[in-house]
Design a protein around this ligand. Structure first.
Ligand code: B12
Length: 472
């Protein structure tokens, strides 16, 4: 069967990200004998025309739409991507009667409401590889796919969702070989880095997080040798050397992270690892040293807070002392760190906010940057959503298809905003999420990329903040 896959994501903040999930699905469908084409709408001048052209030129028997983001999780500069996805599906319908299936992380977060808003024929919930192949096989054979695991469909006008058992290991998933499917160079011309996935799942219990709902709560791994081969293949075929692990967190569990680093070092791959999430719950000096040896240039530390009561309420599983320890170790080993803070969760008040800001001023390294988001996006079927329901902040999980934010009742939102602006003025290493939405940033990234500056580009955030201060 001919399968056309469209990537709906056109978001360029903080930079355009390669559609790795869709490419995993494309590879699986191709391996199953289907003829597959991807139409990436990220840079399309006129996405509606691009959709119509892609369908008319390929005449697919099934169309898949990859939907990564519902919204940008920003309270001050909100963007909602669901209407764009609905329009893409309507545009597909206008030119073909082929069945339409949606999939991607946004769909897995809230499948029912996403189906109701976007009106596809089917949705894939969870991993796409097996479910999409089973769906295409059923449609090809004229069988009803609505009972298949991982497939959601409308029954009497109401979405019915069949959850799937997660495969026990990732060994069955061959690499997504993204360079075969989309114009990777175009992405690299921003702050693009090539995404790698070495595991799925997350065993942590952070109250606001969707990761366990998307990927499951137990880990499924690819081993170090497989990852090293994948990296080698990407370098050989595309020349790309800047990578980033999109695992829930790279360093948990540590043994697996060590295994990946060891294999990369053994192969002598001259790869650079730019992003990759580091969780303070398990950071040893030995791991950081090994990561640096493997080619890690910088890290993204998802501390979320540096105040003990808030960390405890968020169930982060670590304390301020652990966060301070990470700051000490990353400085000692020489790994620049982008610190991520999520301010406004349960128990947050003026004192706890000031504690976090104090950490940034005093403990973050001189080359580090702190990215701060105000308000916590409430996601369905999380402990935070349960709390928000009991406090009357929301009425149903389903309404969370539209972004809703949790702000601690002990915090004045105006005070919070002004305080952040004030501290960012004092310490230009502080980047507020609001400021990161500045329309000039994508142009700046392109410029830096064009002149061949080494990544990560977030290290120029203080320069950008100083410039903004001059012009405002
Ligand atoms: C790593 C990551 C990042 C990195 C990306 C780095 C990179 N180079 O790619 C960074 C930090 C840059 C980032 C940024 C953003 N992110 Co982000 N990110 C993630 C994370 C942790 C992993 C994404 C990933 O690549 N997964 C690996 C792939 C293989 O999985 P997958 O896409 O789900 O694909 C599988 C299935 O979904 C399915 N599938 C996928 N597509 C399709 C299509 C079809 C047709 C079918 C049938 C199936 C299918 O099959 C795939 C294989 O099994 C997720 C959380 C998570 N655990 O999923 C959040 C997540 C996707 N991000 C999210 C958001 C909001 C953002 C931002 C908008 C804002 C922000 N605050 O950072 C930006 C947007 C960037 C952009 N330009 O789009 C949200 C999206 C939900 C929402 N609210 O809309 C998530 C879910 C996190 C969350 N808050 O819950 N992100």
């Amino acid at each position: 069967m001919k399968v056309l896959l469209l990537s709906a994501n056109r978001e360029k903040v903080p930079y355009p990200v390669l559609p790795i999930g869709l490419c995993f699905v494309a590879e699986a469908l191709e391996r199953a004998g289907h003829q597959v084409r991807i139409e990436d709408l990220c840079f399309a001048r006129d996405p509606r025309k691009a959709v119509a052209r892609a369908v008319a030129g390929f005449q697919p028997g099934m169309v898949g739409v990859g939907i990564r983001n519902m919204d940008n999780c920003d309270y001050y500069v909100p963007k909602n991507f669901v209407p764009d996805a609905a329009r893409i599906v309507a545009d597909i319908r206008a030119v073909t009667s082929a069945p339409v299936v949606i999939g991607g992380s946004a769909v897995s977060v809230l499948p029912g409401p996403m189906m109701e808003r976007i009106r596809p024929d089917y949705a894939v919930v969870g991993d796409g590889e097996r479910a999409a192949v089973a769906l295409a096989a059923a449609l090809d054979a004229g069988r009803d796919p609505s009972g298949l695991p991982g497939i959601a469909s409308f029954q009497d006008g109401v979405p019915r969702i069949n959850h799937q058992d997660r495969v026990p290991s990732l060994d069955v998933n061959t690499p997504p070989r993204i360079y075969r499917w989309v114009d990777t160079r175009r992405y690299m011309s921003f702050e693009g880095v090539y995404p790698l996935q070495s595991k799925r799942g997350c065993s942590l219990k952070c109250i606001y997080c969707t990761y366990t709902n998307i990927e499951g709560s137990s880990f499924r791994f690819k081993n170090g040798e497989e990852m090293a081969s994948e990296i080698e293949d990407v370098i050989t075929h595309s020349g790309i050397r800047d990578f980033e692990f999109v695992d829930s967190t790279f360093n948990v569990p540590e043994k697996h992270a060590m295994d990946i680093c060891d294999s990369v070092i053994r192969r002598g791959l001259r790869a650079r690892f730019i992003g990759s999430g580091l969780n303070p719950v398990a950071v040893s000096e030995a791991l950081l040293v090994r990561m640096k040896e493997a080619g890690f240039r910088s890290l993204i530390c998802t501390a979320e807070s540096a105040s003990d009561p808030v960390l405890s309420n968020l169930r982060k599983g670590f304390t301020r002392a652990d966060v301070e320890n990470v700051a000490r170790l990353t400085s000692k080993v020489g790994l620049r760190t982008l610190w991520i803070f999520l301010v406004g969760g349960p128990g947050e008040n003026r004192d706890t906010v000031l504690e976090t800001l104090d950490f940034i001023h005093k403990c973050a390294g001189p080359g580090d940057v702190a990215f701060i988001t105000n308000g916590v996006r409430i996601y369905p079927h999380t402990a935070l959503a349960a709390q928000a329901l009991s406090e009357g902040v929301i009425r149903t999980h389903e309404e969370l298809i539209d972004p809703k934010f949790y702000f601690s009742p002990g915090l004045d939102r105006d005070w919070l905003r002004e305080t952040m602006i004030e501290h960012a003025r004092q310490d230009p290493r502080i980047m507020t999420s609001e400021r990161s939405q500045h329309p000039l940033i994508p142009y700046g990234l392109r410029l830096l990329s064009m002149i061949g500056v080494q990544k990560p580009f977030w290290r120029f955030a203080p320069t950008f903040n100083r410039l903004m201060r001059l012009v405002s």
